[in-house]
Design a protein around this ligand. Structure first.
Ligand SMILES: [Zn+2]
Length: 199
């Protein structure tokens, strides 16, 4: 696809800049950098479970997800995360901690930097489905539903790992995800290698 300079309107041409092939302008210093988009996901803890929303929109319509979404240019990532919780699952939340920061590779679209937070409901907050959700529900860690996004599965896995490390006496929650119908099954683990036996 052709791109044009935002400064002078000239057709951009391929050029190597800092070791990467990019599209750049021959007339001035404009370079079309492919920067990732920044997005957030929030694990809202409710009574030992996590609050998920079932999506009313594509991508992943009908599947479950963590509340979250893109960070606007003028927003602190946590403010964006809290705003999305209000919009998507009508939940006022308070930040508990940062779970992690992830690169989410995409093809045919900008990749994403995902920032995952753990949060708790603000006093008196009663979650319900926002316009982008069909329903909201609290799931126990051992019965998580099919998720719309692999990155959310990663976030939940790390959240549950950290939770079980923080409570070593408690039985570690068994992490069990139902599989989304469209997802490819992971390749089976290779069988543990047996000692070679000469024949
Ligand atoms: Zn130009």
């Amino acid at each position: 696809m052709s791109h044009f300079c935002v400064q002078c309107g000239t057709l951009l041409v391929p050029r190597i800049v800092e070791g990467r092939e990019v599209e750049a302008c021959l007339n001035d210093d404009f370079v079309l950098w492919h920067d990732p988009k920044v997005t957030t996901a929030v694990v809202i803890e409710v009574d030992g479970g996590v609050l998920l929303g079932r999506r009313a929109i594509e991508p992943g319509r009908g599947l479950w997800c963590l509340p979250g979404g893109f960070v606007n240019d003028d927003e602190d990532p946590w403010d964006a995360a809290a705003r999305e919780c209000l919009e998507e699952v009508c939940a006022a939340v308070e930040q508990a901690r940062l779970i992690g920061v992830y690169h989410i590779a995409k093809q045919g679209a900008p990749s994403m930097i995902g920032i995952a937070y753990q949060a708790r409901l603000a006093a008196g907050s009663r979650p319900s489905a926002g316009t982008e959700m069909l329903e909201v529900k609290v799931f126990a860690p051992d019965s998580l539903p099919p998720l719309a996004f692999p990155s959310h599965r990663k976030v939940l896995t790390e959240y549950l790992d950290a939770t079980s490390r923080a409570q070593p006496e408690a039985a570690a929650p068994r992490i069990a995800f139902a599989r989304a119908p469209h997802e490819a099954r992971p390749s089976p683990r290779p069988a543990p290698s047996r000692p070679g036996r000469k024949q």
